[in-house]
Design a protein around this ligand. Sequence first.
Ligand code: NAD
Length: 291
Amino acid sequence: MIGIDNFSSGKPSNLHEISGYPSFLLLTLDVAKPSILHQEELQGIEEIYHLASPASPRDYQRNPFATIAANTAGTSHMLELAAKNGAKLVYASTSEAYGDPEVHPQPEEYKGNVNTWGPRACYDESKRLGEVYCYEYHRQIQLPVKVARIFNTYSGGLRNDDGRVISNFVTQALNGEDITVYGNGSQTRSFCYVTDTIRGLITLMEKDAANGQIINIGNDTEYSILDIAHLVKELTGSSSRITFHPLPQDDPQLRRPCLTKARTLLGWEPVVTLREGLLRTIEAYCSQMGR
Ligand SMILES: NC(=O)c1ccc[n+]([C@@H]2O[C@H](COP(=O)([O-])OP(=O)(O)OC[C@H]3O[C@@H](n4cnc5c(N)ncnc54)[C@H](O)[C@@H]3O)[C@@H](O)[C@H]2O)c1
């Protein structure tokens, strides 16, 4: 097994456990650089999970061009490697492909409501173009490629300063800082614990019937951001205050995956509740903070 990362946004300590396995090789490389196509260790690969991309709004808005490159040139390179080696590929696209949706919940055939002229566009639109690369490789040479539209996934593996809502709230609550809600907190999200998402991606890779398909991977239990702030406060036993701040531009109001296709085609569905996933996340953050 080979892991590739340029560590532009990832947390190297997430790899401590797997690094101990002799069968694991870590290459510090940028998927957007064409030289990756000639990397000796990658010849003969059988499966590619292409997850390389800045993923939090804070990271991708700081590095818009690197984000565009990872999802366009990077996706093209991963597809070319798959084609050269007869490998299967799963591409990590995103629920952001739906933008600020006018259809709720979001099924895969919904074409989205994405702003090309805003601070989220570098991520949303480059992920959409990445999907187009996948589509063309499947259409033209029948490459066994699948696209996962991943909805908010979390765990204690997120950096404390990652900027996404769960890492923000848990870090703030554990430090006794204000829990910062953007807007009035009525906007909704559906949070999937990482073990469910990973099981979904592996199932997707294994399923030939999903070749050339886009499939939502996420949890379809929807919460308001304010509900999540209260739940984090309760589970951490924190005395933090909940404070309200201006909503960022293009922040989606509603987010919930339609999982009919995942359930019927993959036989997959999430099993970890938000309460259980948050408890695991809080425990991981506490141990990382030495508490
Ligand atoms: N977590 C979510 O809620 C979510 C939702 C939708 C889609 N996704 C997608 O899933 C993938 C993984 O997300 P995550 O939440 O684990 O984020 P993450 O930041 O923890 O992981 C992404 C990894 O990609 C690496 N990377 C970035 N650009 C790279 C490049 N050019 N070459 C090599 N490595 C590079 C980063 O250093 C990081 O380790 C991303 O593609 C993300 O867009 C995640």
